[in-house]
Design a binder for this molecule. Structure first.
Ligand SMILES: [Fe+2]
Ligand SMILES: [Fe+2]
Length: 163
């Protein structure tokens, strides 16, 4: 049984995975620094927005609201592990997001392109792994730990704070 909260998280995970896969394709098909045309510019802007929202709003919801319910029920192991992963993903995602935004506005420089490729590749790996873990473990844990009333409340908070 899928909870409302679980399906909202799932939708956001899919959006992020898509953005990361498109980043991976972009990195794979541009061995050299690409020129930013309209299409690439829009891509960079969208990537920047999705990454920032994922690590600022989505992570914050998980940590400040969802994980609290888990801790109340003594489920601290999964919370510690996932929070730890958030800490390792957040700065990397913001770094990639900022470079993508700057590229959309004024193109890459050789230095920012190198940084983008390296941080981007590392981010793809860490974040896809994190999402896979949440998809396998977290969603079912929500279904078994969060009662329908709390699910309703959490889903409302998610829609209000994350969208
Ligand atoms: Fe998540
Ligand atoms: Fe997470």
């Amino acid at each position: 049984m899928q909870t409302q909260t679980g399906s909202l998280l799932h939708q956001a995970h899919m959006t992020t995975i898509e953005a990361l896969q498109s980043l991976e394709e972009f990195l794979g098909s541009n061995r050299k620094m690409p020129v930013i045309d309209d299409l690439v510019g829009r891509k960079m802007k969208q990537l920047s927005k999705i990454l920032r929202s994922e690590v600022e709003n989505h992570f914050a919801f998980e940590e400040n609201h969802l994980f609290k319910v888990f801790i109340e029920q003594g489920e601290t192991g999964i919370v510690t592990m996932l929070t730890h992963e958030h800490r390792s993903i957040l700065p990397l995602a913001l770094q990639v997001s900022d470079i993508a935004k700057a590229a959309a506005e004024g193109g890459f420089t050789e230095a920012s392109w190198t940084e983008f490729k390296e941080a981007g590749a590392e981010l793809i790996e860490r974040e896809i792994f994190h999402i896979q873990k949440e998809e396998m473990g977290l969603l079912s844990a929500i279904a078994s730990l969060v009662d329908p009333e709390a699910d309703e409340e959490l889903a409302d908070i998610y829609r209000r704070d994350v969208g």
